[in-house]
Design a protein around this ligand. Structure first.
Ligand code: ZN
Length: 326
């Protein structure tokens, strides 16, 4: 969850392929005849060269209530075959589990976002523990620290976060972690817990090089969004993306927030959605100087292993993808 971007109404000139002016590895466009509706302008109908997993989609956000089926259909058309729905509190986690039950390829996380940490109490802890037992829930979170807005106090955030680290140890499920302007404290806490917790991803990583290496030293995973498509505040990430090992890197939209600022066409309503994930992958691939297909395959393999998706629904194995797409 990254609050301000969705409400942003700044209008600006969009330049076609602003970040990748000489990139010939572009995603093939989806055949308009195949699309379920005309919501996305033709220039935004991307098709990933290999299946993708969007590890952070807030599809229980009210903005998706009216057209979720179309959003999911567009995601599939774009090659986004699996989505991890972010559960940021009890209500949204329960909704995410419901959606995951109704649609194949959808999974849920269940946690309490640091903004809501002041609400943490034994009843909420019990509800979360129950949710983590559900087969649709593939990670504990979104939980963590956000010292940027401090909507709950730092002490409340640390208490709720450590309680959820304990729940991750209990359930044996990986962690989906939010951190904003709290890298130092996050590293201290995770260092103390490292031997007890399993895999953990810092989702929507936006911090600096020292913080990145601190996380990699703790053997954490890194989730990247379209933040690096933002010419105002994403520049430093462009230099860092090549330093994240492919078996630690995953991709996410964090939709409806964080609409990439350099899309090649305007989008009505400025709501980000999973069908736009191939644009982010293409951008990361450009700044890593590798092929879009290679990056798509690697991030999908990493996500499948991290969230243990293969066992859940039989995603085709990596070798099969490779042969199909090479
Ligand atoms: Zn977040």
């Amino acid at each position: 969850m990254a609050g301000s971007a969705w409400s942003c109404t700044i209008r600006r000139t969009l330049r076609k392929g602003a970040c990748c002016p000489d990139d010939t590895r572009s995603s093939a466009l989806v055949d308009p005849a195949e699309t379920c509706d005309d919501f996305l302008p033709e220039a935004l109908r991307f098709r990933s060269p290999a299946p993708l997993v969007d590890i952070g989609a807030n599809l229980t956000h009210e903005s998706f209530a009216r057209d979720l089926d179309a959003v999911l259909a567009r995601a599939r058309m774009a090659g986004v075959t699996h989505l991890i729905l972010t559960g940021t509190d009890r209500e949204h986690a329960e909704q995410a589990v419901e959606l995951a039950r109704r649609h194949t390829g959808l999974y849920a996380t269940a946690g309490v976002h640091p903004h809501d940490a002041s609400r943490w109490d034994p009843a909420l802890q019990g509800a979360m523990r129950d949710l983590h037992q559900q087969p649709e829930v593939v990670a504990v979170g979104e939980c963590g620290l956000d010292f940027n807005r401090n909507l709950s106090t730092p002490a409340e955030q640390e208490r709720a976060f450590e309680a959820q680290l304990g729940l991750a140890v209990e359930s044996g499920k990986p962690l989906f972690v939010h951190e904003r302007d709290a890298g130092k404290r996050m590293r201290e806490i995770l260092h103390a817990w490292r031997d007890d917790i399993g895999d953990a991803v810092i989702h929507c990583f936006t911090a600096d090089r020292d913080t990145l290496y601190g996380y990699l030293d703790l053997d954490l995973h890194i989730g990247l969004t379209g933040w690096l498509c933002d010419e105002r505040r994403g520049h430093h990430l462009r230099e860092l993306v090549g330093e994240i090992p492919l078996d630690r890197l995953m991709v996410e939209t964090d939709c409806p927030y964080l609409l990439p600022r350099n899309l090649p066409a305007k989008l009505k309503g400025r709501r980000h959605e999973p069908a736009l994930l191939p644009w982010i992958v293409r951008e990361i691939a450009h700044w890593r100087n590798i092929g879009e297909a290679e990056l798509a395959r690697a991030t999908t393999d990493t996500a499948r292993a991290f969230f243990r998706l293969a066992a859940a629904d039989g995603l085709p194995d990596a070798g099969a993808h490779q042969q199909e797409n090479d």
